[in-house]
Design a protein around this ligand. Sequence first.
Ligand SMILES: C[S@@+](CC[C@H](N)C(=O)[O-])C[C@H]1O[C@@H](n2cnc3c(N)ncnc32)[C@H](O)[C@@H]1O
Length: 211
Amino acid sequence: MTEDEARQWLEQQFDVPRETWNRLERYVAILLAEMDRQNLIAESTRPHVWARHIVDSAQLIPLAANGGEGQWIDLGSGAGLPGIVVAILTDRPVQMVESRRKRIDFLNAVIAELHLSGASVFGGRVEIVPPARAAIISARAYAPLPKLLESAVHLSDEKTIWVLPKGRNAQNELEAASRSWQGAFHVERSATDADSAIIVAQAVRSVRRKA
Ligand SMILES: C[S@@+](CC[C@H](N)C(=O)[O-])C[C@H]1O[C@@H](n2cnc3c(N)ncnc32)[C@H](O)[C@@H]1O
């Protein structure tokens, strides 16, 4: 997907109003400027930021369209991917969870500058976020599936939709997780990378097996 195709995809999917475009453009500018201070995205992806990061994040939104009312929790948000993109493109309250100080400060600065009143940051580890029943949980490049579920299952209930971009390893990670987890899991192809996949899950729960 080229950068032009990425913008077209956004326009088609979300019918993006001018104010939202301005926010997306501003976010991209702040993100790239912050790269002088901290490593937020791979250097090689800098010229492809719309396809590789903005659309790659935004594509999770339609996959979570059946989510009920309530919060979208994004684990290990880093630069705000996908959390900030979701907060810009939807009306849903978004809580980003991030443990590194410089990234927490960056996320709070973006929220303030873009006036994202529905977005907030939990500055700390996912494992210590107080229990919640998120409508949607996302996690991009945060942790392998079994560890991801273990750290965040206390933020979910049976209705929570999990949207988890997973590169080429989706199938292997699903297999590893199936030893300890049950639920309705399926795999969607990524719109931005034919080799990547997104795990979508619901009704995730831990299963203990006898040795
Ligand atoms: C590889 S980065 C990915 C960031 C972003 N989601 C993206 O796709 O660009 C993983 C992020 O997760 C954060 N992280 C890792 N383990 C965490 C934990 N247990 N709790 C909160 N944040 C964590 C790291 O500080 C880092 O910013």
